[in-house]
Write a protein that binds this ligand. Structure first.
Ligand SMILES: [Zn+2]
Length: 172
């Protein structure tokens, strides 16, 4: 009985954390928390700063051309690097999009992508197949997240190549 109840609680939490819940404070946002945990699982040596690093913003600081429509729209996320001290790099998520987007996998892709810039120092990847967290298009990730494991493996491989050779990343 207790087990069943627990499962129900966990299940409802995961539904909430994926699509519905939203907090004005990024560090209280269940999906943000979950992405941070996942990042630290894949990159155990790299700590995600506990405050001030991930931020929401109501007005966009960067506009981009949408990959499917070609029209200008606010970027879903931005990494502002501090070239003197990478510990001061900051991520800004565009809050109106984060609040209203119902696809958790696209949100995971955006935040993981910005962490790829801000924590792993990785550049964009011009991959003709688009199968990279570091490519700029949202459709890299399947709507049901079924290729997420592949994408994370690819990100880890790219980071290891960068660590060994400097290829694919920023010079600090
Ligand atoms: Zn980017």
């Amino acid at each position: 009985m207790l087990k069943k109840l627990l499962f129900a609680v966990i299940l409802s939490q995961s539904i909430f954390s994926s699509d519905i819940a939203y907090s004005d404070t990024p560090y209280d946002d269940p999906l943000v928390k979950s992405i941070i945990r996942e990042f630290e699982t894949y990159f155990p040596g790299i700590k995600v700063p506990k405050s001030g690093f991930i931020n929401f913003q109501e007005s966009p600081s960067v506009m981009v051309a949408d990959s499917s429509t070609g029209k200008q729209r606010p970027s879903h996320g931005v990494c502002f690097p501090d070239w003197n001290n990478k510990k001061l790099n900051k991520i800004y998520l565009y809050a109106p999009w984060w609040r209203t987007s119902t696809n958790q996998w696209q949100k995971r892709k955006v935040l993981m992508h910005e962490m790829g810039h801000c924590l792993l120092n990785l550049k964009h990847l011009k991959n003709p197949l688009g199968y990279s967290i570091m490519s700029q298009t949202l459709d890299t990730v399947n709507p049901d997240g079924s290729n997420w494991g592949y994408l994370m493996g690819e990100l880890r491989t790219r980071w290891m190549i960068y660590r060994r050779t400097g290829v694919g990343g920023y010079k600090y």
